[in-house]
Design a protein. Structure first.
Length: 153
């Protein structure tokens, strides 16, 4: 071993001093760099882990929201279809009601028009009768006047 030490020029005192220096540098590195770095790495790991958990939770919430959206869309479509059926039914009822009202109004107008025509007919007949009577009287007067003039001659 002496040969080995002699060949490589190993000095024990220097080796022990280097070991002490290495220990001091290691302790300084450990307390000033490694320990804070480990703490920082743990915090960063926790932050990343929390971020991943939040992302998973957000993804689940997004999937739930998408499913609710689909369900609400289906419900809204059904409500729209039901509303359209209901409105169509109400429109048909209103159309039938309006047709009945129009028919009733038309019948009433026809009755009033028939009554008016009947009244006009009666008035025309009365007018014709009165003119006929006045013509008959005028003819009778002329005939009587002619008879009087022929008797006087």
């Amino acid at each position: 071993m002496q040969e080995f030490i002699g060949t490589f020029h190993i000095d024990w005192k220097l080796m022990i001093a280097q070991l002490i220096n290495f220990g001091v540098v290691f302790l300084v590195f450990y307390f000033l760099a490694a320990k804070p770095l480990r703490k920082l790495m743990e915090e960063r790991g926790n932050t990343i882990s929390k971020g991943l958990d939040d992302a998973k939770e957000s993804n689940e919430l997004l999937q739930k929201a998408a499913e609710e959206y689909k369900q609400n869309t289906i419900k809204l479509r059904q409500v729209a279809i039901d509303s359209q059926k209901e409105l169509t039914k109400e429109l048909d009822q209103l159309r039938a009601k309006n047709l009945d009202k129009i028919k009733a109004d038309n019948n009433e107008w026809a009755k009033k028009r028939a009554e008016q025509m009947e009244n006009d007919k009666k008035a025309l007949i009365e007018s014709a009768k009165s003119e006929l009577v006045s013509l008959a009287m005028l003819a009778a007067k002329k005939i009587m006047a002619e008879e009087n003039t022929s008797k006087n001659k």
